[in-house]
Ligand binder design. Sequence first.
Ligand code: UDP
Length: 396
Amino acid sequence: MQVKKYDVIIVGAGFSGAVVAEQFASQMNKKVLVLEQRNHVAGNCFDKIDSNGVRIHQYGPHLFHTRHVNVWNYLSQFTKWHKYEHKVLGSIDGKLAPVPFNLNSLHVFFPKELASILERKLIAKYGDGAKVPILELKKTDDTQLQELAKFIYDKLFVNYTCKQWGCKPEEIAPEVTARVPVVLSRDDRYFHDKYQGVPDKGYTALVKNILMHKNITTKLSCTASELVKLDIINKKILVSGEEFNGVLVYTGMLDELFNYSLGELPYRSLKFKFEQHDKEYYQPATTVNYPNEHKYTRITEFKHLQPNLSGIQQSTTIVKEFPLDYCRHDLCKSVPYYPILNDANNSKYLDYECLIKEFCNVLIAGRLAKYKYFNMDDTVLNAIEAFEEFRGKYNE
Ligand code: UDP
């Protein structure tokens, strides 16, 4: 591979790799080579139309939402949006109620009078519209609110979290369960950000558009880990054994990049089971969570996302998500979807981060390389900021 003609090599063609590539190409007129190990771009956001005529998300449901106008405007250069606001129901004790648990959910499970008392107490203590993480609500000193917190924890969080992470809510970083707080309003949406939607032609088309710049070359089915190495002693980037003097942008796992020299960073993986059903709709909302039943955590029905797109009326496609431990030696478990955030893992990550910081021409971005539970908008924002920081140093 003729790498000498490129100024920047990027490992990974997911959102972060694509955005950093586009920034180097458009803002600094650099020649960029993007290496992607899969046979498609868009990373875990990859979507496609299935035989039912429904656009499915191959690696699980992706719903775009952001409060950052700059992220929304940046992506809007590359896609139009289909207006969509995500709704999730939880299946609890044979009833379906809004998730996040909110004031409407309260009235599903408790008799009217008690629900009204609890509602008044919650609002008096935390404020109208407040978002209270379950682990915070559990600390309340009010006996009735304590019982409510126990109900929500037992019925919605503890078993779902055990399935999803293999541990209890207290054993992972509190920000993980705080992503789905108890919401003191009647707003049934899953996200409350100002900007929400799905790319009208899908995420794959969006990422392809980002990579469309004339200065960018993308190579698919290319295992970068065999090609790109770091010379730890001399602090050099090696490509096919030769020194590369340009910039390396790495969006994969840092432990892999350093050949696991400081041990493995734990990740959580998923197995997806897609099913087609001969009915117009399978369930009443895009996603139904099953905290306490089944081995899967949730079912997503893609038709709800873009109903006008669905080709065959009397058929629908769903996916069930089965969480698993990540294992790089087992093909069925070898996609790292989530970093497992806790003190021990974060500290191991920081050791790897120290190693990467010694390479001034290596930039890292994305959920894997940063070992952060980024949403898509965080990923885009982080990629833009990582590029800006690099450009700042470069121009000094
Ligand atoms: N969670 C839960 N029950 C639910 C939904 C979420 O216990 O019905 C917890 C669980 O620990 C989960 C975390 O909240 O991993 C974050 O949920 P989110 O929906 O943000 O997860 P993602 O969509 O990123 O998989």
